[in-house]
Design a protein around this ligand. Structure first.
Ligand SMILES: Nc1ncnc2c1ncn2[C@@H]1O[C@H](COP(=O)(O)OP(=O)(O)OP(=O)(O)O)[C@@H](O)[C@H]1O
Length: 761
């Protein structure tokens, strides 16, 4: 329906004009893209031809290598160029649907007429590049839209703070080029827009929130001052959303010095990585790197099976003796103290022989002697490096001697003519004056080639046994549980397993001895769900990413593994752990994800739930079905799932662990379709009904959540964090089932906020 409101008609006319400009740019970008694509193909073809020449005909010639390197660079540039154009095209196509969401009218000092600026997900200039038709939401002036109320406002610019007068703030909803809603507001971002955004059904991907960023979220997004930003936010308060928009903001503001590869996000699980994967591309940015803690550790402990948070949750709920110490900063300081002792000669490095042809080539004693000969004033790491270099030198000197040994002659005799020709490299047989000379040359080449494995072993520091060294460290810990900790470590290691609590200090010890493990290329590290990281692990990450600014997010109420702590204590702790100079704590208390009815219920589960502010978006009251018999419970479950499935796109049954998930799957199999059970290795979230343990649902959300069992059998009074996490995953609908006596984890206050139904067979 066309509006008759003249103001709205004028705005629609502007939208139409901007869309026409966008269409024009789409045509031009498509043409540029086709050209770029042809260029990439041409370079690719050339590259392919060149590499094949090299491989078969002129192997080893430096000139051809240089050429290939140049071709490779050209190829990289061409495909980069194509990528940029592709992203531009995608952004223009997004803009065409909804060119902007906000307008601000500002009156600069000395001006008589206010100027209208329109704000959208990307900037757009008119064809002669004289005017901005759309301002990017990240431009300095756009901050006024999110922060300012009408009147005099100040905003930061590269040339210092600027002051202007905000005389109008208007919000739009534009769908497929049509203004469907528009109003003026003095609020930060009007609730009406937020209501509409939050009321929508969920799909497999997280949405960008740029049109409705809230003021406190904006503070997180636009913070460039702090080297440590700790965001403590209640469930659904937009922590994840805020950091993704923050990454987009940072990339925009440091185009020349920051790229997405210098940002890493530690995410809670693989499903989450996929869930958030579309936000940055939709904003025209490349995704940052993502890693889970399990993935990070797996790479650093190849060959060992490292316990994951999920394993821990599946197998033990109690604390092993001494674990708390292992996971504390004190343990990391114990590593440093151990290194100091080593520097003072009070403990020795655990050297192991380097073997060659089944014999020790360098014995452990010999290595120890070489180490002892290095200057004691050097720090241990450098002393070990000097040892390595001395051994490499010794190895080189020994090549000539080894070349005269029997094993070389024997192995040479067994080579084919082809192998000999290869061994000669650039030389031919005619280059040698005598057979002896030829043989001596071949023997040296062969010895060198074969001894490469000794070189590699030295290069990779295989002359130190870090695992044995760590055992020694554990055994010397000045705590009463030292023996038990050491024993557990030995037992697990024998089966190539490593419990999670040992990982941070073991990596730290290894890094300090080997001088490796540190990555200076990362400028920003983001850690989501920080409550799952031990203090020792945070300490380690600081060491591993020494130049990075840290943004860490968490909700201690959702702690499935560690005890609750207050935000202030947390900031103090993390500031120390991460040695931050300019830390900042932002608390987000408003919960946006769920309806008011669901948030109020979830709040009532917590002792300090009053801290949470629910956003006023109404929906159905959570249901609690209390079934008299197991058969009735089963029937209730099927009914609940089917009903939710009829109304919503994403429905999740959340369980405590995999065993319960498997059991439910058996029960619902063939009664509900499509039905998927998810495990820790799954990385895609299907639509329909999913069954998953709660630790895999961290950070995710669903239209409807069903908690299949809240009886005393399933929950103890200590499981508040677990139930809170489950309930807070629901956006629109929450159902709890109880086959038996209701657990006290559902507090009396929470019981008042559900619609209770007793069902009988
Ligand atoms: N300003 C906003 N505008 C629109 N939607 C928002 C806004 N802030 C948050 N949301 C929505 O609220 C939901 C929860 O946000 P998000 O997942 O970022 O919260 P979270 O704090 O990381 O949650 P949790 O810790 O429970 O996983 C998402 O659907 C998100 O899109």
């Amino acid at each position: 329906m066309k509006s008759t409101d003249p103001e709205r008609q004028a705005e629609q006319a502007r939208v139409d004009a901007v869309i026409a400009a966008i269409e024009d740019q789409i045509i031009r970008t498509k043409a540029a893209l086709a050209k770029a694509h042809a260029e990439t193909r041409a370079v690719e073809k050339n590259y392919g031809a060149n590499t094949s020449i090299n491989r078969y005909e002129i192997d080893d010639i430096a000139e051809s290598r240089a050429e290939i390197e140049q071709q490779r660079r050209l190829l990289f540039q061409a495909s980069e160029n194509e990528e940029i154009l592709k992203r531009q095209l995608a952004t223009l196509q997004e803009l065409k649907k909804s060119p902007y969401f906000g307008r601000i009218d500002i009156l600069d000092p000395g001006e008589r007429e206010p100027e209208s600026l329109y704000i959208g997900v990307a900037s757009l200039m008119n064809s002669d590049k004289t005017d901005f038709l759309i301002y990017d939401w990240r431009a300095p002036i756009s901050g006024v839209y999110y922060n300012g109320t009408l009147g005099t406002v100040t905003y930061p610019t590269p040339n210092g703070p600027q002051t202007t007068k905000l005389v109008k703030k208007r919000q739009f909803t534009i769908v497929d080029g049509q203004i469907t809603n528009m109003f003026d507001t003095n609020e930060t971002v009007g609730d009406e827009m937020l209501q509409a955004a939050l009321g929508q059904q969920n799909d497999q991907y997280m949405q960008s929130i740029v049109a409705t960023i809230q003021q406190e979220q904006n503070d997180i997004i636009r913070n460039t001052q702090s080297d440590l930003l700790v965001v403590q936010g209640v469930a659904g308060s937009g922590k994840t959303s805020a950091i993704l928009q923050r990454i987009a903001y940072l990339l925009f503001h440091a185009r020349d010095s920051l790229n997405a590869d210098q940002i890493v996000l530690f995410s809670p699980n693989l499903l989450f990585s996929q869930y958030i994967s579309q936000v940055l591309p939709k904003l025209g940015e490349k995704n940052m790197r993502q890693v889970t803690l399990a993935g990070f550790l797996r790479r650093r402990f190849e060959g060992l099976q490292v316990e994951t948070l999920f394993d821990r949750y599946e197998t033990s709920h109690g604390h092993a003796n001494g674990r708390e110490f292992l996971e504390s900063a004190a343990m990391m300081q114990a590593v440093e103290a151990y290194l100091a002792k080593m520097a003072a000669g009070q403990v020795q490095p655990c050297f192991v022989p380097i073997r060659f042809n089944e014999e020790p080539f360098f014995s452990a004693d010999h290595i120890a002697t070489v180490y002892a000969a290095q200057p004691t004033a050097l720090p241990v790491e450098q002393r070990l490096l000097a040892t390595k270099n001395a051994l490499i030198k010794e190895l080189k000197a020994r090549i000539a001697t080894e070349a005269r040994q029997d094993w070389v002659a024997k192995e040479l005799d067994a080579l084919t003519t082809q192998q000999i020709t290869k061994l000669l490299g650039k030389h031919s047989v005619d280059d040698f004056a005598s057979l002896e000379q030829l043989n001596a040359y071949l023997a040296r080449r062969w010895a060198k080639r074969r001894l490469r494995q000794v070189y590699d072993a030295l290069y990779n520091n295989y002359f130190i046994d870090y695992y044995a060294q760590y055992h020694d460290l554990l055994a010397r810990l000045p705590i009463k549980d030292a023996a038990a900790l050491t024993q557990r470590y030995d037992e697990q290691l024998e089966f190539h397993r490593l419990p999670l609590s040992y990982t941070a200090s073991l990596m730290y010890l290894r890094d300090l001895l080997s001088g490796s493990g540190v990555d200076r290329s990362f400028q920003y590290v983001f850690i989501d769900e920080m409550q799952d990281y031990s203090p020792a692990m945070l300490y380690y990450l600081r060491h591993a990413f020494p130049l990075a600014k840290f943004t860490i997010l968490g909700d201690s109420e959702q702690a499935l593994f560690y005890p609750l702590i207050t935000p202030a204590t947390l900031l103090a702790q993390t500031q120390e752990l991460l040695a931050a100079k300019h830390p900042k704590l932002v608390a987000l208390r408003r919960s946006y994800r769920s309806t008011k009815e669901i948030t109020d219920f979830a709040k009532a589960l917590l002792p300090d739930g009053d801290e949470i502010i629910s956003f006023t978006r109404h929906g159905a009251i959570p249901q609690l079905l209390i079934s008299q018999t197991p058969t009735q419970w089963h029937a209730d479950l099927v009914t609940a799932v089917t009903a939710a499935q009829a109304d919503f796109g994403t429905v999740a049954l959340l369980t405590r662990d995999q065993a319960q998930a498997a059991q439910l799957y058996q029960l619902l199999y063939e009664r509900v379709t499509p039905l998927t059970r998810l495990t820790a290795t799954d990385s895609t979230l299907p639509s329909g009904v999913v069954i998953l343990p709660t630790y895999l649902a961290k950070g995710l959300e669903f239209d409807a959540v069903i908690i299949p069992d809240v009886s005393t059998q399933a929950f103890t009074a200590q499981d508040t964090g677990l139930l809170y996490t489950m309930a807070s995953r629901a956006m629109h609908h929450l159902t709890l089932l109880c086959p038996g006596e209701l657990s006290s984890v559902v507090t009396p206050a929470a019981r008042q906020l559900v619609q209770m139904k007793f069902t009988k067979a």
